[in-house]
Design a protein around this ligand. Structure first.
Ligand code: WT7
Length: 652
């Protein structure tokens, strides 16, 4: 343990020295902090100047109306997001510039110039209209990572139909919950998608879901697999289901964008919270587009000839803001990849970087740790000299992974931006700016210009290590939780008066650099995905054998956190390995494979306080093999001792 610590300290010292050297300074660091100065002088006019870079059909009369906790940005302004992401670039002479370059898992590829992408989006927008989808109608998108996913989002934006993308790995039940919460009228899906050589049966899942979704009248199906196979034939329901290619084959490549109010709904994206029910995070039009545009430009120091690759799935906020809206609003060339990083082999990402001369690469720490484990040889085979900037997002990056990323991928040449933000914030909030500030392993940096953060204790006093708070409204902030203002107020705004509670712990050093320490609520982060412990618990309790369940995150070298469940059974159920497997599968079936518990311990009792509250903190200690914390509030201390012994015997 200690010798590891020394190695790490030495590495950190070396990296800091390297950053301070002339070579590094000459490469990227200019340290012209005028952007911070400008924003701190007047953050409203700072954001206004970014909004002015966009195309508006009508100008706003008020920059911000703040009636805590409800914000409206650029009041009275009118614009269309797809016009900003497409038409604006045609007008600016970028018609022939690559907009979207796509690599399929099986090596096929497609690319779209801004002219092509504009035409495709218009055709789908017209098709949606021909099916009766109108401004304000909600459309759910359930697609693999294929160009049609981005096209569908932009087409919805074009006709003013708010979209909600559901990650392709989610189960039929998760799809039902989201569709019904939104009362969506249309679903855009595919016959299937490819993942690690296998097929994800999206249409089959969708059909299962649609039986319970009375509001959906129209389904558009992309033929990704093409030839129906016996197992995955897309059964098309006449009148309801339409092939994508048949629809757009008849559609006009021009579609007048719907003029939207700055505060009109752009999309709803569901994310896990501390209850069993995911929250529909509401994002609107003008402020969202302004902040994703500004952050993409500044954080990635975006240049005209960059090839930009963010490895997220469009089913998450990262895919919304940093594959589609941010980069395309900036007219960037965006790479999109369908498959897994280890398919057909563990060099796939680097092969793609070499093939398309990727210059900006944005990924998650969990992926970096996996690459690290797979070994440097997979990387060394490829020419990565086109890379100039690296990014990370989704969870704290441990210094070992940071240093590896810096050395092996970035060849000590590329700055690393560690970007903190959330589904709720819509866009990057804390980051370093490669052209301005220093980057440091283990620190996300400073608040983006125009963003006001603080570290507070429960009483709202400023501290150097505490709860991460955002003290002023920001343009891309969530506006509410869909259909649930009350939950919006209690989740984010009830801790302190008029201040946003992010749910993360953080610390700040003497130079003002922030380090995010992780969630302080019952939300886990497993392989960069956010899962509520309660969601997994509800899925477990849904199984007839389960009486009670408690779920905690336990440290995992690659995933950051693994999902550990403790379950008590109803009478007459036999505790055995078969049942454990069945319960793990049950959760995957209810929510999706990302929520499958890594371990389940069947136990006679769970540790509870005298008032009957499960003490998850102690379960976490047990799962991580740590000494038990304070047990004095337990109703029956013997429960936890027995559980610990049982856990240790299982693990060994
Ligand atoms: C949570 C938000 C933002 C897109 C991906 C996740 C954690 C995010 C960082 C970072 C440390 C991070 C936080 C946050 N997180 N970025 N750079 N360093 N932690 O979006 O699913 O809404 O999750 O991810 O805990 O609250 P999300």
């Amino acid at each position: 343990m200690d010798s590891n610590r020394n190695d790490l300290d030495a590495l950190l010292k070396e990296t800091r020295q390297f950053e301070a050297s002339e070579k590094f300074k000459g490469n990227a660091i200019v340290r012209d902090r005028s952007i911070y100065d400008e924003a701190s002088k007047n953050r409203l006019t700072f954001w206004e100047s970014w909004a002015e870079n966009l195309k508006w059909r009508e100008k706003w009369h008020t920059i911000l109306e703040w009636k805590p906790p409800y914000a409206k940005w650029f009041l009275g302004g009118k614009l269309n997001v797809s016009e900003n992401c497409l038409d604006r670039h045609l007008e600016a002479g970028r018609s022939d510039k690559m907009a979207l370059i796509w690599e399929g898992e099986n090596g096929d590829s497609r690319s779209y110039t801004y002219r092509d992408l504009h035409a495709e989006v218009c055709k789908l927008a017209n098709s949606l209209k021909s099916l009766g989808v109108k401004k304000g109608d909600r459309v759910v998108i359930y697609l693999p990572m294929i160009p049609e996913a981005a096209i569908a989002m932009l087409a919805c934006a074009r006709i003013g139909a708010p979209h909600s993308v559901v990650f392709g790995g989610f189960s039929p039940q998760s799809l039902v919950d989201r569709i019904n919460d939104l009362k969506a009228v249309c679903l855009i899906t595919a016959d299937g998608g490819y993942r690690r050589g296998g097929v994800v049966p999206l249409k089959t899942n969708a059909d299962k879901a649609l039986d319970s979704c009375p509001t959906v009248k129209k389904v558009i199906v992309v033929a990704r697999l093409g030839q129906p196979t016996e197992e995955f034939s897309a059964d098309m329901e006449i009148g309801r289901d339409h092939w994508y290619h048949e629809l757009i084959g008849e559609a006009e490549p021009h579609c007048t964008p719907e003029i939207m109010d700055a505060e009109d709904l752009l999309f709803v994206l569901y994310t896990s919270g501390t209850t069993g029910k995911p929250k529909g995070i509401v994002h609107t039009t003008g402020g969202y587009l302004t902040q994703v545009t500004a952050t993409t430009k500044c954080v990635f120091d975006l240049q005209e000839d960059d090839v930009y690759w963010c490895t997220a799935d469009v089913g998450w906020i990262t895919g919304h803001s940093y594959i589609v809206y941010g980069p395309m609003s900036n007219g960037a060339s965006v790479l999109m990849y369908e498959g897994a990083p280890d398919w057909p082999d563990k060099g796939r990402f680097w092969e793609i970087c070499q093939k398309y001369k990727v210059s900006i690469f944005y990924t998650a720490p969990t992926a970096i740790r996996a690459f690290m484990k797979w070994g440097d040889d997979w990387v060394q085979k490829y020419d990565l000299s086109s890379l100039r900037l690296l990014g990370t997002v989704g969870e704290p990056i441990n210094p070992e992974a940071w240093i590896w990323y810096h050395r092996v991928i970035g060849k000590e040449r590329c700055p690393i931006v560690d970007t903190w933000w959330q589904t709720e914030t819509g866009a990057i909030m804390i980051t370093s700016l490669p052209a301005v500030t220093e980057t440091r392993p283990g620190s996300a940096g400073e608040a983006f210009p125009g963003i006001c953060t603080a570290l507070l204790n429960d009483e709202g006093e400023a501290v150097s290590a505490g709860l991460l708070a955002i003290t002023e409204p920001w343009p891309s902030m969530l506006r509410t939780i869909y259909g649930d203002d009350e939950r919006y107020e209690s989740t984010y705004w009830s801790k302190w008066e008029g201040i946003y509670f992010a749910g993360d712990g953080a610390k700040i050093d003497e130079d003002g650099f922030l380090s995010i320490l992780g969630r302080v609520d019952d939300v886990l982060n497993t392989a960069g995905h956010r899962i509520g412990t309660m969601e997994v618990e509800s899925a477990l309790v849904d199984h007839p054998a389960v009486a009670e369940a408690a779920v905690v995150g336990k440290f995992d070298e690659v995933k950051g956190q693994a999902i550990a469940a403790f379950v008590t059974l109803k009478e007459n159920w036999q505790a055995d390995d078969g049942l454990v497997m069945e319960l793990r599968d049950h959760v995957a079936k209810k929510i999706g494979a990302i929520a499958r518990p890594d371990s389940i311990v069947l136990t006679a009792d769970l540790p509870k306080t005298r008032s009957g509250k499960i003490m998850r903190r102690l379960l976490k200690d047990i799962a991580e093999g740590k000494a038990l914390g304070d047990t004095t509030t337990l109703a029956d201390p013997s429960v936890v001792q027995g559980l610990k012994e049982q856990y240790l015997s299982k693990e060994s």
